[in-house]
Write a protein that binds this ligand. Structure first.
Ligand SMILES: Cc1cc2nc3c(=O)[nH]c(=O)nc-3n(C[C@H](O)[C@H](O)[C@H](O)COP(=O)(O)O)c2cc1C
Length: 331
């Protein structure tokens, strides 16, 4: 397979994709909505971004359709991540996502949440490799866009066989594997085991993306050097720092790395995100914006004071006024 130094090549079973960036924004439930994705693309227009995960059974029942219906408006590569333990709903959801404009389909085999994993979905599939491969085979057969998998090192340390699992997924037709260097048992504790990711990367023919604890350009470059991974996926690092993906993209390509935005730009960004959420969700947008505001409002004098006031604002107008007053204070 051709190896692109500044991108990733995914042949697909019918439609091939050439990613022009080796950094990927991870799917983050409750975070990677359309507004958040637009912010990421300001700094990283070419990066692959994922929708919030879509539960295939829920989609069959008519829930979560908005996540798929909004794909057409996306300005760059947008992957749809599907979650379920039954092949048939996964196939139906994948077909719907492809028809709606998905750039690729990702299958979630890493979600540690109890009510999902214990039913057999997400990281539950780590305990059912045969079912996991059946799902991949069925989805690959049903769509022509590339199908990828995001998973962890194993269910627990004792049963962990990341290479064996990865080879089965590759044989089943997965075109890219993202590996979070923790087991399901670890949740988010400890540190991501980049060495274990590197050991899998060495033996696979498909691209491997390293994930876990990459929070800066230097983390990303160290991780790629250590693992030999084809790319890196960033999760928590971009929460509150949507410019990070663009900075890492530049670092990997050897381009100049843009500075973090000035405080005034950060306030404008918070305002833009709030207004976009209010436009899309009405007053409920304020509740969604709260967590983003608490993450983004940092790194300048009196940021904590403003942050505290923003998360307590009872109405959109109150929050907007706080931000506008702060902007005036910079002049
Ligand atoms: C708030 C939150 C939501 C997440 N939602 C998803 C998800 O929907 N699908 C998924 O595969 N992983 C999800 N993850 C896991 C991340 O994608 C990523 O694998 C993990 O956070 C490790 O990467 P990081 O250290 O860069 O954050 C989520 C993580 C967080 C913190």
């Amino acid at each position: 397979m051709e190896k692109l130094l500044s991108g990733i090549n995914l042949p697909g079973s019918g439609i091939s994709r050439n990613l022009r960036s080796r950094v990927i924004q991870s799917p983050l439930a409750g975070v990677t909505d359309q507004t958040f994705r637009q912010l990421i693309r300001k700094w990283a227009p070419d990066t692959l971004i994922f929708t919030e995960m879509v539960n295939a059974t829920s989609l069959e029942l008519g829930h979560g359709e908005c996540k798929v219906n909004e794909l057409a408006a996306e300005q760059g590569p947008i992957g749809v991540q599907l979650l379920d333990h039954r092949p048939a709903p996964m196939v139906n959801a994948a077909i719907k996502a492809e028809e709606s404009g998905a750039y690729l389909i990702d299958i979630n085999m890493g979600c540690p949440v109890k009510k999902i994993a214990h039913k057999g979905g997400g990281s539950g599939l780590l305990k059912e490799p045969t079912l996991a491969t059946e799902i991949v085979q069925a989805v690959v057969k049903a769509v022509s866009i590339p199908v990828t998998v995001k998973t962890r090192l194993g269910w627990c340390q004792d049963s962990s066989d990341p290479l064996g699992f990865a080879l089965r997924l590759q044989d089943a037709g997965a075109q890219l594997l993202t590996l979070h260097g923790r087991t399901r048992e670890q949740g988010f504790s400890g540190t991501s085991n980049w060495g274990a990711i590197g050991a899998v990367k060495q033996k696979l023919d498909i691209p491997v993306i390293a994930n876990g604890d990459i929070k800066s350009c230097s983390d990303a470059l160290r991780c790629i050097a250590l693992t030999g991974a084809d790319g890196v996926m960033i999760g928590r690092g971009s929460m509150g720092s949507p410019w990070l993906i663009g900075q890492i993209d530049a670092a990997i390509k050897g381009n100049p790395i843009m500075q973090n935005p000035e405080p005034k730009e950060i306030i404008k960004l918070i305002l833009e995100q709030l207004n976009s959420l209010l436009e899309k969700k009405g007053d409920h947008g304020l509740l969604i914006a709260r967590k983003h505001m608490s993450w983004t409002c940092k790194g300048f004098p009196e940021a904590s004071c403003l942050r505290n006031a923003l998360v307590r604002a009872q109405t959109p107008m109150e929050a907007i006024k706080l931000l506008e007053d702060k902007l005036v204070s910079f002049n």
